[in-house]
Ligand binder design. Sequence first.
Ligand code: MEV
Length: 314
Amino acid sequence: MAEGKGFGKTILFGEHFVVYGLPGIASGLGNATIANVEKTEKFEFEDNRPEIPGYKEKKRQEIQNQLDSLLEQFKIGKGQDSIKITLEGNLECSSGVGASAALAVSIARALSQMLGRDLSDEEINKIAYIAEEAGTGKGSVSGIDNTCSTFGGFIRFEKNMQGRPNKIERLSIGRPVEIVLASTGITQETKKVVADVRGKKEASPQEFEKIFKEYRETCQKAFESIKTGDWKTVGEQMDKNQELLRQIDVSCPEIEEIVKTAKEAGALGAKLTGTGRGGYVLLLTPSKELQEKVAKKVEELGYKTLKTEIGAKK
Ligand code: MEV
């Protein structure tokens, strides 16, 4: 039996913008997916990950495509002398927390261990990216999710648009910081939302140029503030990022309701994270007390929350 772990992730800055080569900032979460693999007579897959209702059913084909890609990359057949993969862990599957990247990374790590391959983090990351692309379709993911899921901690990420290696800067902070992830309960298809944004960008190039310029400034300021632990400024930049996400039309009424309530309760910053139009809302609450207070207010609206941390490392 071999075991592998893949962190969940949250994007602090840059979902959708990273697809076009702009920088993004993301972090591994304290919550993770664990994969166990063992040799069996024929292929078996048992998915015991916690989920928001309907997630696994909606993602069935995507999960299947990812598994096929991972088996192919490790040259494992589904017939005789195959493997059983069991997934578990405390990362609840939902849009926006990098559940599919955590699946790919955890299985890749477990297979690497089982086969005695001892792959480096960089190699695991590459395999997980290929599996992610197999899941959602070529060109629809930037690689930010699998990078966070592999390395944990904070990363500044820039996709190389010429197909060369992406630029990844890892960043250590003094201690992990409390956040609340509030679930809208809506599962979205990344591929579809990315395609919608692309369509809008093609229809209004000048408007997007302006948004991109503003975003770059926001992201740079946030990055400097994370380095110095200035969470107040990080929160302000998150709010600006949320405004830009509204402008590219990836917010939705549930996200807006959570953002408003969390800000009123004292969250330093509040924005959607990941694909958008559902999924999770990221609320910056850098103390246990604030985290409790904000989560409680959001839960009173009927939304589920995950109290976790950013900056958690491998
Ligand atoms: C999804 O978590 C983030 C997107 O920017 C797509 C990607 O970068 O892979 C929407």
